[in-house]
Design a protein around this ligand. Structure first.
Ligand code: FCB
Length: 439
């Protein structure tokens, strides 16, 4: 059997990603907490991973012992600004302590300023449906970046604006659970305006800042590349899911299924592209799917899918996403990649094969600068509660105990080696060896 190692450039960022509401616990003042109390989720977030009481310390120890040199986390707007005219300096001080915790461990911090949750006072005013959110978000960003800039210069303005808009205003899985494509596009446009305002504000406060956003990218393939209706559907779906925000940033026009929206201030407001990749769809023309614009999205028969999971293990899709991202001509950071798999039977091969694809991209000299695994510890997975487990470490929500999964060891070996070796694949996921390295 061949022996090989696939190394990454010196200084490559290896980390995990988390989000405030998913790990902090007791985030009672935002729209998600309310949504949970109203019974829209499988579980309530409750204590989550109890980071707000200080358990981030033990988890950061786990990360640094596992060879990670970076961490992506988010701040909770409703903690920092509990009311429209109220700032909580203690909350900011606590975030400073958390970021100091990363610095003490020699880990680079990436801070996300908006990751799905909104303060209750904001959602009561209509949230991102109203243009008035843009100066409010900018004000929050100015305050937060001013307070945290000593510890962070890598900022992610908004996490997955496309997912936020679609889940909240089309699929009704996220608050406010409305169903209107028109509103979804309007919300996405306001998120883009908010991003642009934040981009300029951050650079004003911290000239050396690197500012990006985390884009959820879903590559899609037509069922039959020779069948024009499949190709057409694939293009319609791809545009609707993937291209709104990016087109606004590339040329100041946000392309949407209902026409272009002019947002000139968004043009060129990006220093790096954050890419969240989970899986890839196949799209077929289907007359029975009028609500989905006559396109059926699915995973091919025989796909490698975890029990109870929503994502298939399709590593080539990550390579395809990276190729797509080259059009920005900017550094690329993989801000999320991971899989729900409570018994860790699939995760090691998913991890090894995806990181192998990142290596392929790096080997073409594509500007990929870092990789953040989702996630460090199992956490509150939005509408799925604790039923979907994404962590390198398993969380017992009753006792707060953590238990290491085998993929935590695999990831530690990769981070420490700054690369992936064939020995690691043989050790952690021998079943994937042939496919990854055909004889
Ligand atoms: C992404 C979200 C993140 C997490 C993962 C599994 O869409 O950004 O918060 O829920 O999915």
């Amino acid at each position: 059997m061949p022996v090989a190692s696939f190394h990454f450039p010196r200084g490559f960022l290896w980390g995990t990603a988390t989000a405030a509401h998913q790990v902090e616990g007791n985030n009672t003042n935002n729209n998600w907490w309310k949504w949970e109390q109203e019974g829209h989720t499988i579980d309530k977030s409750g204590l989550a991973c109890d980071w707000w009481s200080g358990r981030w310390k033990e988890d950061f120890d786990r990360a640094v012992e596992g060879g990670q040199n970076a961490h992506r986390l988010s701040v909770e707007w409703s903690r920092i600004q509990p009311g429209p005219d109220q700032w909580d300096e203690d909350a900011l001080e606590r975030y400073r302590a958390i970021l100091r915790g990363l610095r003490d461990r020699n880990m680079t911090a990436m801070v996300t300023l908006h990751h799905f949750t909104d303060p209750l006072w904001l959602s009561e005013k209509g949230g991102w449906e109203k243009g008035s959110v843009v100066p409010l978000f900018e004000k929050f960003v100015r305050k937060t970046v001013g307070a945290l800039k000593e510890y962070c210069s890598l900022w992610c303005t908004i996490n997955e604006p496309n997912v936020y808009a679609l889940e909240s205003y089309v699929d009704r899985k996220y608050p406010p659970g409305k169903s209107s494509l028109r509103l979804a596009l309007h919300v996405q446009a306001n998120l883009l305006r908010g991003h642009a305002a934040a981009y300029h504000a951050i650079h004003e406060i911290q000239p050396e800042a690197r500012v990006g956003f985390a884009h959820h990218h879903r590559p899609m393939l037509p069922r039959f590349s020779w069948f024009p209706l499949d190709v057409l559907e694939r293009n319609i779906q791809f545009e609707a899911v993937n291209m709104g925000f990016p087109s606004g940033i590339l040329n100041g026009f946000m392309r949407t299924p209902m026409g272009n929206m002019r947002i000139p201030e968004a043009r060129n407001t990006l220093d790096f592209l954050g890419l969240n990749y989970y899986s890839q769809y196949t799209v077929a023309f289907d007359l029975l799917k009028p609500a989905e614009l006559f396109g059926r999205r699915y995973y091919p028969k025989g796909s490698d899918i975890p029990a109870g999971g929503d994502n298939a293990n399709i590593p080539e899709g990550l390579f395809r996403s990276l190729k797509w991202a080259l059009q920005f001509k900017l550094p690329i950071i993989i801000t999320e990649n991971g899989i729900e798999d409570s018994d860790d039977s699939l995760r090691p091969r998913y991890m090894a094969a995806h990181i192998h694809q990142v290596w392929r991209a790096v080997n073409f000299n594509w500007p990929v600068k870092g990789y953040f695994w989702w996630s460090l510890v199992d956490n509150f997975e939005w509408e799925c509660g604790y039923s979907q487990r994404f962590g390198l470490w398993e969380l017992n929500t009753e006792t707060q105990a953590r238990r290491k999964r085998p993929s935590a060891d695999l990831y530690a070996e990769i981070c420490k080696e700054n690369g992936l070796t064939t020995e690691m694949v043989k050790k952690y996921c021998p079943e994937a060896f042939e496919k990854m390295f055909p004889a």
